[in-house]
Design a protein around this ligand. Sequence first.
Ligand SMILES: [Zn+2]
Length: 426
Amino acid sequence: MADRDNRGSDHHEDADRPGEARPFPAWFTASRYTHRIAVEILQHGPISRVALARRFNLTQGAVSRITNDLTHLGVIREAGTLLQADEPGRQDGRKLSPSSVGRPQQALVIRREAKTFIGINLHGGTALATATDLACRPVGRSHSHHIRQRSPGQVVRMLSDLTQDCVREISQAGLPSPSGLAISLGGRAEGDRVVTYAPFLHWSEPVNLASEMENTCDLPCLVFNDLDALALYEGWFGEGIGLDRFALITMGSGIGYALSEHGVPVSSPDEGFGLIGHQLVDPDGPVCYLGHRGCAQCLTTGSLAEQYSHAIGRAASLDRLVKDLEEDMPQAETLLNLTGYRLGVLIALVANVALPDKVLVGGETSYLMKRCIESVRKGTASFRHSQMVEVPVKIIDGDWLRWAQAPAARAIARYLQGPEEADKPE
Ligand SMILES: [Zn+2]
C-alpha cells in the first residue's frame, strides 16, 4: 500500500537556500492508512495486527503489508507477544471471534529511539527547552534561560544556545541528530513560522522566527501558539489520547483555552488572544484590569495573590497562599474553594458550548484545584441541568516541562503524518 517510489530519508533538498521557507520534513511519504497506522502504533502500542485491522476496518493482509512497510522504513518493530485480551482494541465493544480469543499476537511498537526532536517554550520571562524522542519523552534534562534581552536577534541567539545544549545531550545519549526544532509561545505564528503577535516580547513587527532559527541552527523549524501545542501534546501523548473532542483550560499568569478534535487543535484566526480569559464566572468577583467584575481573570496567579492579600489584610504572594493552605489556614481554604467554584463555572460554560468528551485543566496553578475538586464540581453543576451527565474533568499536573515537550509533539505529528494530515481532522 505504501508508495515505494517516494520514501526513505528526510526531504532536505531546500536546505541550502538561506532565508527561504523550506517545508518541514516528513519522515516518509506513503498511503494515508500507512501514516495513520504508524500514529496508532505510536499512541496505542504495543498493539497487534489483529487489533489494527479491527480498528481501521482493514483485512489482516492489508495491515500486514502496511506494517511490513513501516518495519522496513524503521518506524516500528516487533516487541514480543501479547494476548488479545490485553489489548486496548477491546474497548471498542466489538466482540472477538471465539477462535481468535487468547491467541498470542506479535506486539508492534514504535521505534521511539529512531528519531529525536527539540522543543522550546517561551513564556513570560523564561525559555524552557527539552530534547525528546519520537514518543515525545524527554532525553536528558530540561534547559532554561531567563529572557533578559528581547530584540529578535538576541532572542534567536538565546534560543540557538538552548538548541545546542539539547543537540549535545542527544549526541551524548547516543541517539540520532534531531529531525526538527519547534518553538511555542504565548502569541500567534503565521504559517507556523512568522511571529505576528507575542506581547511579552514587545516586537514591533512580524519576525520570521522559523527562518532565523533554521539559518542559525541548520535544523528545520516550526513555531506554534503554546496552547495549541499543548492541546496537541495532550491529544497525542497525554490525557486526551483516543478522545474525539476535548477542551483544555490552563491556569497561570493568564487563562488559556484550546479545543481539540480527533487529536488536532481546532485552529482559528483568534488563537493567541486569550479566548475565554474574560468570560464572566462570578458576578461578585474582583474587578480585572479591563474593568470587568468577576471575569475569568480572577483565576490567574496575579489575581489570586491580590485576593489573598485583601483577605488577610497584608501583601501576600501566591507562595504565601500555598504555604497557608498547607497549614489549613481558613482564609486560604475559603479562597481556594471559591476559586474552585469559579473554575467549575468556567468548565460548565466550555462544556455547554463546545460539548467536549472531557475537560482537561492544566497550567502552573492547576494542581491546587485537586484540593478543591468538590467546589469545582459544584461550580460546574450550578450551570448544568440536574439530569445532564457530569462533565469528566481531569486536572493535569502543571509541569513546565510539558510546555516544552508540547511544540516537539507538534513537530513529531507533522513529521509522522506529513503536512497534509497533521493539521486537519479525519
Ligand atoms: Zn476581564
